[in-house]
Design a protein around this ligand. Structure first.
Ligand code: ADP
Ligand code: MG
Length: 704
């Protein structure tokens, strides 16, 4: 570290007016420890101090006003706790009062009659006179001495605790000012000049100065743009840089053979022709796995796009090369279903597959562990149970994880840790990630997208119905059931009120059972509180067509495949998020029949809820839905982003900064394509700058 950086690392306790106790509080409350943290503690807005009001123009509706004038008199009014200091203030035309209830003596001792002051605060009207309680008040001559003469005054977020200790927005502003003054000569530019010119970015010093103390709104905007660009640039630069470093360092198993397992299945067992998208993706995966580098790939595909068969083909490649493969799913139901569909697809092919979940019996487990260690078992499918220490593979070459956002990073790492050479990893997700987010969140992974549904699928028809139309909906269900179809009825599950939800669900089950009585109709129920065996039993009744209606909570959200089910009724649909609605809808439309999704809601809907339901009725395109979801909720709430730990931006906001994101991505891509080995001096400096930047943004972690 050089002396320059040291200065930025100066503890804030050395600032005037801070000291050890306040410094400790700043660290605890706002995470501010050193000058650099203060520089990065951006104001959340600015107050325009260039405009002065006249007392005669004041209106009660004004929020904050600034006035210039002199004090003509002041006096203490009242006694005891109600005592206050009242000063008469005039701007030559009008007259008003300034009032203080606290620190009266101290304020009184500083006030000067006849000297020009600048006063700032919220005016209130009482008995025809305006007053400001606890105004900010400063002598014009002090302001002119540059002690903070700013037209746009920064406003910083502060906490109650800090305010009690005198660290309000104004004293924080004094701290940032001091830290800026001291640091300014030592702030080092971290973007090459050519790049700055091309994207018209102000230099780094200017940006830091002007984000706190701009002279105009244009300056503020330029500063913000520069710092947002920088943040998004280094995030993406780091993604690619780290991915390359990892690839160079991380040897992978070489899957060079395409042999009897893959070909045997492909030629004789595949029950349909792959879609072009599936073919393309299988090819991408094959090429990736034979390079000698470890594959780390995200497989994105909307519900029903056919990820399972792609997973199976990938696993067969592992087998062809003498390796074992495992497939991990987030729930027991889903793991079981994967197991069953893979068993069925494989038919009599000589591939040994086993299922391991929390409910696998000890005896079975022992056999299974043994076969796994000897290598007799080719594929292991299961839940988190796969991560347990006693599960030891003979030679694990491939790990596939379904629905990654349900597994934490640490959990996945455990699975990797089992081998000297990391297995190839493929994460499958049905959560479409908007293109604007994909590189930012998953730039570290290679991404394959199945962007096409199998032929002959009829698009699901979605409609919105209110409770008043329930009888019609029931009638429609009867017609479909009469044609041999099955129906899901799903209730929301919100953890805070699980009891209420369970009641909704059981009430729903009862009313369904009344509307669809035995012996003509049979209704299943599944929810999270049931024992796994019971859940499985009920699921199986529905899967095998023994029941017509499945009343469930969102436990059925992920992966369940019942092609004969053609209606999805979602109760209280207004309580679901868009991506969840889309996931649920994906449970139908899996067979050849026309399928329907019916969104039930009350009449009263919020604006957002209306937009969600409307979007669902208008489109089946998961990517479009994800874009709307992103707009409504912001990236922090998007499914799949929480675990990534990468949306904790200092200044960038992916919802509003799509343009800057795109430009910064262009910039990063240009660098790696012009100078792939990063040998030019600009590139080398960028690597240094990235490392420096990364130290300050420790919460950017790789997702795998
Ligand atoms: P998801 O991507 O949601 O996991 P699945 O893998 O469960 O989708 O596939 C959905 C359904 O589509 C399954 O019944 C599967 O057998 C079928 N399927 C997959 N690929 C094709 C294809 N190319 N042509 C016809 N049906 C397909
Ligand atoms: Mg699936």
């Amino acid at each position: 570290m050089n002396a320059f950086q040291d200065l930025l690392q100066t503890p804030v306790e050395f600032l005037k007016g801070v000291g050890p106790a306040k410094a400790e509080l700043l660290r605890k409350e706002l995470g501010i420890g050193v000058y650099e943290d203060l520089l990065q503690y951006f104001p959340f807005r600015h107050i325009d101090r260039s405009k002065y009001y006249k007392i005669n123009e004041l209106q009660e509706s004004f929020a904050l006003v600034q006035l210039k004038g002199v004090l003509t008199a002041f006096e203490l009014v009242g006694a005891g706790p109600k005592q206050r200091l009242v000063a008469q203030f005039t701007d030559g035309q009008g007259q008003m009062e300034l009032i203080w209830f606290q620190s009266i003596r101290w304020i009184q001792s500083g006030l000067k009659v006849g000297e020009p002051y600048v006063v700032f605060g919220k005016p209130t009207l009482f008995k025809n006179t305006y007053s400001i309680v606890h105004p900010e008040i400063e002598l014009v001559k002090d302001l002119q001495q540059g002690k903070g003469i700013v037209s746009l005054q920064p406003v910083y977020y502060s906490t109650e605790k800090l305010k009690q200790r005198g660290l309000d927005t104004r004293s924080i502003a004094r701290c940032t000012w001091q830290a800026l003054e001291a640091s300014m000569p030592h702030l080092v530019e971290n973007l090459p000049q050519g790049l700055r010119q091309h994207f018209q970015l102000v230099d780094r010093k200017t940006a830091f100065k002007q984000i706190h103390y701009p002279e105009s709104l244009e300056q503020l905007e330029q500063a913000r743009r520069r710092l947002k660009f920088e943040e998004l640039f280094f995030l993406q630069f780091g993604m690619i840089y780290n991915k390359r470093a990892r690839k160079a360092a991380q040897r992978g198993h070489v899957f060079s053979q395409v042999g009897q397992y893959f070909n045997g299945f492909y030629q004789n067992h595949l029950p349909f022709e792959l879609t072009d998208a599936q073919k393309r993706v299988v090819k991408e995966i094959r090429e990736d796995m034979r390079t000698g580098q470890q594959m780390n790939r995200l497989l994105q595909g909307d519900v029903g796009s056919g990820k399972t068969v792609v997973a199976l083909l990938t696993m067969l490649l592992a087998a062809d090369n003498g390796f074992q493969a495992c497939l991990m799913a987030p729930t027991e139901i889903l793991a079981t279903q994967h197991y069953q569909s893979i068993k069925m697809l494989l038919g009599e092919l000589p591939v040994e597959v086993a299922l391991l979940t929390g409910s696998t019996r000890i005896k079975e487990r022992r056999v299974l562990h043994e076969k796994l260690r000897s290598g007799a078992l080719h594929f292991l499918i299961g839940t988190h149970a796969l991560i347990e220490p006693e599960v030891q593979f003979h030679n694990l070459g491939l790990t596939i994880i379904d629905e990654q956002h349900r597994f934490g990073v640490a959990q996945r790492a455990k699975l990797w840790a089992k081998n000297a050479i990391m297995p190839h990893v493929m994460v499958m997700t049905a959560t479409p990630i908007p293109r604007t987010l994909a590189m930012t969140l998953y730039g570290d992974l290679d991404v394959s997208v199945i962007d096409q549904l199998p032929m002959g699928r009829k698009p699901i028809k979605t409609m919105h119905a209110t409770d008043a139309q329930r009888l019609k909906v029931f009638e429609f269900m009867r017609q479909e059931i009469a044609k041999g179809r099955q129906v899901y009825v799903v209730y929301p599950l919100i953890e805070e009120s699980e009891k209420l939800d369970l009641k909704d669900l059981t009430d729903g089950y009862e009313s369904m059972s009344r509307a669809f009585p035995l012996p003509n109709y049979r209704v299943s129920i599944v929810h999270g509180k049931m024992k796994p065996e019971d859940k499985q039993f009920e699921m199986n009744r529905f899967i095998t067509g023994n029941t017509h209606i499945m009343v469930a909570t969102t436990v059925i959200e992920v992966g369940v495949n019942v092609p004969n089910a053609s209606i999805m009724v979602i109760e209280n649909a207004e309580r679901f998020g868009l991506s969840q609605l889309h996931q649920l809808r994906g449970r139908v439309g899996r067979g050849a029949e026309q399928s329907y999704c019916i969104l039930m809601s009350s009449n009263k809907l919020s604006v957002d809820a209306k937009l969600r339901l409307k979007t669902m009725c208008e489109t089946n395109d998961g990517f479009k839905i994800a874009e709307v979801d992103l707009e409504l909720r912001g990236p922090g709430d998007m499914a799949g982003t929480q675990q990534s730990g990468m949306v904790d931006f200092k200044i960038a906001d992916l919802t509003t900064d799509a343009d800057i994101l795109r430009q910064s991505r262009q910039a990063v891509e240009a660098i790696f394509s012009h100078d792939p080995e990063l040998q030019l001096s600009d590139s080398r400096q960028l690597v240094q700058a990235y490392k420096q930047y990364h130290r300050q943004h420790k919460n950017w972690s790789a997702i795998s």
